[in-house]
Ligand binder design. Structure first.
Ligand code: ADP
Ligand code: ZN
Length: 665
C-alpha cells in the first residue's frame, strides 16, 4: 500500500513521528541528526501544517521537504525556478535510493508523457516542476486527478526560492503568482511549504500572502554562515586583477569562482589567469551567455567534476550548481544588492568547511550599476507603475550594497542587520571567538582601525549641505569643501560659498571619507537615481541645531592589514581533525584522502554523475579519520546512508584496507 491515497484527509499532528523522520534522514542521506530548523520544518509538514523556512544557502533546505516527501504517501511536488538544478537534485536523490523525477522544458514531449504516466501510476515520490508548468492545462488535469478521489494523492507542494513571488525582492517571477491558484484548483489541499534564502521582513510577508499560506509555521534559522570569511577591499581596476591573480595562484588546488560584472571582463580576466596558472598545470574556465552552449557545458562540467578548479563567470553562473566544496568566491565588481551578493558569495562553503568571500570594488562599479538600472526598460510583464516601483527598489537595494562596501563595522553584522536579524535571536547561533572584535571572521573585525576626530569637518560639510539640500552629489560637495578650482564650481558660483575651501588643509580622501561616513551614519541622506544628490538627514539637522552636543569621528584603517587566510585546504582540515582523535592510524590520512578522492572520481565517472553526488569531501575526510572496516562502521560515517553503503561501500572499504595493508609494519 506504499503509494495509496489517503482519501480521509490528513490527520493533524497524529502523523508526526520523530523517530521515523530521523530514520528516513539516516537511511537515505546518512546523517544522524537534523540541523537547527530542519526538524521543526519537517515536523510541521508531517503534521499537516503549512510552513515557511527562511534559511541561508547551505543551511540544508532540501532536506526539509525531501524527508517528508520520502515519508508521505503520494506524489510530492517541488516548484523550483532553477531548471538546471532539477537534474542535479534528481541524481542526488536517486543516488540516495529515492524515486524522484522532474518535468521541465529540457525533456522532449515523449519523455514528458512517460514521466506523467509513471507519476500517475504512483511510481515517483517527488517531482520537480518549473512554476510555468502549473498553468499548463495538461499538467493541471494530471494534478487534479492525482489529488482527487482514487488518485495517488498530492500531500505536499514545496516552493523553492519562494521570494520570487514578491515584487519587493530581486527576482520577481510573475509565474510564481500562479502557485496559489494551482493549489486552490486541487480537489484536496496539500500542505504548502515555502523556502527562501533571501527574505527581508517585507518579502516574507509577501510570500505568505501571495502563496496563500495558512497559519504557516515559520522557521528562521538565521542567515549567519559562520564558516564564511568576508572581506571587502577598495581597489583600482589594475590592482583588482593583480589581487585576483595572487589569490588564485596561492589557492591553485582549491575550487573557486570569480564573478565579474561584464562578459568582456570575464574574458579578459580568464585569459590573464590561464596565462598565470597554465605553468602550474591548473586549468581555468570561463562562463557567460556569450559562449556557445557546448563551451558553457564543458566549462560547467569541468568545474563540477573538479577538473577545472577555477571559473571566471558572470553573476548568473552557479545558479543551478550545487557544488558543495567551493572554497572561495571573489567578486571583481560590486553586485546590485546585498541579496544578490549573499546568494553568490553563499555558493562558497556549502559543505560547512571554512571558505572565503572577497568583494573587490571601487566607485566605478556603482556608477556602472546606476547607469544600467537607469537604462533598463524593465520587465515587459509589468505595467508602468510596477516598472517605476521596481526601478526605485533597485536603487534602494544598490545603496545598501554600497553601504556594505563602505562600512568600517563588522561585515557579517551588516549583512545580518540587512536581513532584519538581531545577532542574538538566531537559532543555532555560534558566539564569536573569545577575544575577537565583532564576529572575528571578517576583514573589518580583523583589521586594526584608528579613530580620527573630524567633528569640525563634519560640521562644515553639513552646513554646506543644509544650505543646498538635494542639489549636489558627494564628489562635488567634497571638492567645494576642499577648495577645488574647477569650471563646474566656478559656473555654479560655489567658489564664493562661505564653506568653499574650508577643509583645504585636509587630504581630499579624508574629506570624501567624512562625507561617506556622515551618510553611512544617517546625518546626510542620498537620493536614488543615476545621479544621486545629498540631503540632510534627521540626525544632521539635530546636530546643526545643537552643535555643542555633536562630535564625529571616522575610522581609518591602520597601515598593514591583518593577514587573514580563511580558505583552508582539505588536507589541512584533515590534519586538524586528526589531531583531535587518539585513534592510532596506519599511514598518512592525507595520502589516503587523495586515494579515496581518485576512487570517488572513478565511481562518479562510471555512473556519469558529479563526484559530490557520490559523497562530499567531508564524508571522505570522515572515512580517512574513522577508517571503517565493516558495513556497520561505514554507516557511522556522516553522509553514508543505506543506499550509498550498498553501492559504494565495498569499493571504499577495499581501498581503505588495501591502503592499510600497504602501510602496515
Ligand atoms: P540549501 O538548499 O539550503 O542551500 P542544501 O540542502 O544543499 O542547502 O544542504 C547543504 C549541505 O548540507 C548539503 O551538502 C547537505 O547534504 C548538507 N546537510 C543538510 N542537512 C544536513 C544534516 N542534517 N546533517 C549533515 N549535513 C547536512
Ligand atoms: Zn566581523
Amino acid at each position: 500500500m506504499a503509494y495509496s491515497h489517503q482519501s480521509d484527509g490528513r490527520e493533524p499532528s497524529a502523523s508526526y513521528a520523530p523517530a521515523a523522520a530521523l530514520d528516513t534522514l539516516k537511511r537515505y542521506f546518512g546523517y544522524s541528526s537534523f540541523r537547527p530548523g530542519q526538524e521543526r520544518m519537517v515536523s510541521a509538514i508531517l503534521s499537516g501544517c503549512d510552513a515557511l523556512g527562511v534559511m541561508p544557502t547551505g543551511a540544508g533546505k532540501s532536506i526539509c521537504y525531501q524527508v517528508p516527501a520520502l515519508m508521505l504517501p503520494g506524489l510530492n511536488l517541488v516548484v523550483s525556478p532553477l531548471v538546471s538544478l532539477m537534474a542535479d537534485q534528481v541524481s542526488a536523490l536517486k543516488a540516495a535510493g529515492a524515486r524522484p523525477s522532474y518535468l521541465n522544458s529540457t525533456l522532449t514531449p515523449a519523455q514528458q508523457n512517460t514521466v506523467l504516466k509513471r507519476a500517475s501510476e504512483g511510481w515517483y515520490q517527488i517531482m520537480y516542476v518549473a512554476p510555468e508548468r502549473l498553468a499548463d492545462p495538461r499538467f493541471l488535469a494530471f494534478a487534479r486527478a492525482a489529488a482527487g478521489p482514487g488518485g495517488i494523492g498530492i500531500p505536499l507542494v514545496a516552493v523553492d526560492e519562494a521570494h520570487c513571488v514578491s515584487q519587493w525582492g530581486q527576482d520577481f517571477r510573475p509565474s510564481y503568482l500562479e502557485i496559489a491558484s494551482f493549489v486552490a484548483a486541487l480537489p484536496q489541499r496539500p500542505v504548502l511549504a515555502a523556502f527562501t534564502a533571501t527574505a527581508t521582513e517585507r518579502v516574507r510577508a509577501d510570500i505568505s500572502t501571495m502563496l496563500g499560506l495558512r497559519a504557516p509555521q515559520t522557521v528562521t534559522t538565521g542567515f549567519d554562515r559562520p564558516n564564511l570569511y568576508f572581506e571587502v577591499q577598495e581597489l583600482g581596476d589594475k590592482a583588482k586583477a593583480a589581487w585576483v591573480r595572487d589569490y588564485v595562484r596561492s589557492h591553485a588546488q582549491e575550487s573557486g569562482i570569480v564573478y565579474c560584472a561584464t562578459r568582456k571582463k570575464v574574458d579578459e580576466l580568464a585569459q590573464d589567469l590561464m596565462h598565470e596558472l597554465a605553468p602550474l598545470g591548473v586549468r581555468v574556465g570561463h562562463y557567460h551567455a556569450g559562449l556557445s552552449i557546448e563551451e558553457r557545458r564543458v566549462n560547467q562540467e569541468g568545474f563540477i567534476t573538479d577538473a577545472i578548479p577555477v571559473i571566471v563567470a558572470k553573476n548568473a553562473f552557479g545558479m543551478g550548481i550545487d557544488k558543495p566544496n567551493v572554497r572561495y568566491v571573489i567578486h571583481l565588481n560590486a553586485p546590485e544588492s546585498i541579496e544578490a551578493y549573499y546568494q553568490e558569495a553563499g555558493r562558497a562553503g556549502r559543505d560547512g568547511d571554512p571558505a572565503g568571500c572577497v568583494l573587490l570594488w571601487n566607485g566605478a562599479d556603482f556608477n556602472l550599476r546606476r547607469r544600467l538600472i537607469d537604462r533598463d526598460p524593465g520587465d515587459v510583464e509589468l505595467d508602468e507603475g510596477q516598472r517605476e516601483q521596481a526601478k526605485r527598489n533597485r536603487f534602494r537595494l544598490l545603496s545598501q550594497m554600497e553601504g556594505y562596501c563602505r562600512t568600517t563595522d563588522c561585515l557579517r553584522a551588516y549583512i545580518l542587520r540587512y536581513f532584519g536579524e538581531d545577532e542574538r535571536d538566531r537559532e543555532g547561533a555560534s558566539p564569536a571567538p573569545a577575544g575577537a572584535r565583532g564576529c572575528g571572521n571578517c576583514s573589518n573585525c580583523l583589521t586594526p582601525f584608528e579613530a580620527d576626530d573630524v567633528t569640525e569637518a563634519a560640521r562644515a560639510i553639513m552646513r554646506f549641505v543644509s544650505r543646498h539640500p538635494g542639489r549636489f552629489g558627494k564628489a562635488l560637495i567634497a571638492d567645494v569643501l576642499h577648495g577645488a578650482n574647477t569650471e563646474r564650481i566656478r559656473s555654479l558660483r560655489l567658489d564664493s560659498d562661505s564653506e568653499y575651501g574650508k577643509l583645504a588643509e585636509l587630504p581630499i580622501a579624508r574629506v570624501r571619507d567624512t562625507v561617506e561616513q556622515l551618510i553611512g551614519s544617517g546625518y546626510l541622506t542620498v537620493s536614488m537615481g543615476q545621479y544621486p544628490v545629498i540631503g540632510m538627514g534627521d540626525l544632521g539637522l539635530a546636530a546643526l541645531n545643537s552643535p555643542e552636543e555633536f562630535a564625529f569621528s571616522i575610522k581609518r584603517r591602520k597601515r598593514g592589514r591583518a593577514g587573514s587566510e580563511r580558505a583552508r585546504r582539505a588536507v589541512d582540515l584533515l590534519r586538524d581533525e586528526a589531531a583531535l582523535d587518539s585513534k592510532p592510524r596506519i599511514g598518512d590520512d592525507a595520502e589516503l584522502f587523495e586515494r579515496l578522492r581518485a576512487l570517488r572520481r572513478e565511481l562518479a565517472e562510471w555512473r556519469d554523475v558529479p563526484p559530490y553526488i557520490v559523497c562530499s569531501d567531508k564524508t571522505l575526510r570522515g572515512l580517512c579519520r574513522q577508517r571503517p572496516a565493516t558495513r556497520e562502521e561505514l554507516l557511522e560515517v556522516s553522509g553514508i546512508g543505506e543506499r550509498k553503503a550498498d553501492e559504494f561501500g565495498e569499493a571504499f572499504l577495499k581501498a581503505i584496507s588495501e591502503f592499510e595493508d600497504e602501510h602496515r609494519g
